[in-house]
Ligand binder design. Structure first.
Ligand code: CO8
Length: 259
């Protein structure tokens, strides 16, 4: 498979882009070429104003089975540092548009870390989510001890990280590690409908909400409330705010322009 096919992007006419890992022979394991292709796909979408929500997905067997262990096995710390592969996760996490991870099958290690860099996670009931790095002598390196702890709390994070044992989509949802859990064969359809519904929202409000939630999470409550308040105030300058409120008062459907 050529490197340009490792991640496929489809831009739909409902304002949704679908980014799909396409390395099925390795359960979408994230080798360097796949990580770079993922980051390139997201960077290209950052500036596309027609895209107002993104769905990141894999196939029915795997969202992504983690970093590519065949690439890792002979690497030392210098090679790992020089890869600077945190920039590839960063490209997903800093996407202005809301991103939905649609998870079927395995989301392990770096695969779960990519999903947690997204804003919503839709899981299939029998999906398998875990941080199995300890079983191969390492630990998570892209959010598995940090984003996971923020999502599920210290004790479940410790359990997942220290045992390496995966949990099902149903369990992940019960723990707050997923926003929705649906039958496996409905995951993509559900995520696409949710994305289309977000894409119909005023884009600047959606992006401001995302920024406030993501950045507020690691700030003090006082600072986070200030961040929220400032973003709230700025939205009063948008045309979509005028349109949304006027449409409500005139009892008609709003037409948002993303301005
Ligand atoms: N790396 C490379 N190849 C893989 C990986 C992987 N992570 N996972 C699966 N594959 C390959 C297998 O080698 C196999 O290929 P082949 O047939 O050529 O040998 C093919 O995919 C199918 O896999 P299995 O036969 O193993 O399929 P099973 O259904 O029996 O098992 C599992 C599925 C349980 C998912 C199993 O494949 C597995 O345990 N995979 C490894 C999961 C894992 O340990 N992931 C964590 C990796 S470490 C990591 O992610 C750290 C991220 C840190 C990033 C930080 C950067 C800054």
């Amino acid at each position: 498979m050529s490197e340009s096919d490792l991640v496929l992007t489809e831009i739909r006419d409902d304002g949704v882009a679908v980014v799909r890992f396409n390395r099925p022979e390795a359960l979408n394991a994230l080798n360097m070429a796949t990580r770079k292709a993922m980051a390139d796909a997201f960077t290209a979408l950052h500036d596309n104003r027609d895209v107002r929500c993104i769905v990141l997905t894999g196939d029915d067997k795997a969202f992504a089975a983690g970093a590519d262990l065949k690439e890792f096995v002979d690497e030392g710390p210098v090679e790992i540092i020089q890869r600077r592969s945190e920039r590839y996760w960063h490209a997903v996490a800093t996407t202005p548009q809301p991103v939905i991870a649609a998870v079927r099958g395995y989301a392990m290690g770096g695969g779960l870390e990519v999903a947690m860099a997204c804003d919503l996670i839709v899981v299939g009931e029998t999906a398998q989510l875990g941080q199995p790095e300890i079983r191969v002598g390492i630990m998570p390196g892209a959010g598995g001890t940090q984003r996971l702890t923020r999502a599920v709390g210290k004790f479940m994070s410790m359990k997942l990280n220290l045992t390496g044992k995966p949990i099902s989509g149903t369990e992940a949802h019960a723990l707050g590690l997923a926003s929705d859990c649906v039958p496996d064969d409905e995951v993509l359809d559900f995520a696409l409908k949710q994305a289309a519904s977000i894409a119909r929202m005023p884009a600047l409000a959606a992006q401001a909400i995302k920024e406030a939630v993501v950045h507020g999470e690691s700030a003090s409550l006082e600072t986070a409330l200030l961040l929220e308040r400032k973003a709230f105030q700025v939205l009063f300058s948008t045309e979509d705010k005028k349109e949304g409120m006027t449409a409500f008062i005139e009892k008609r459907k709003p037409t948002f322009q993303g301005r």
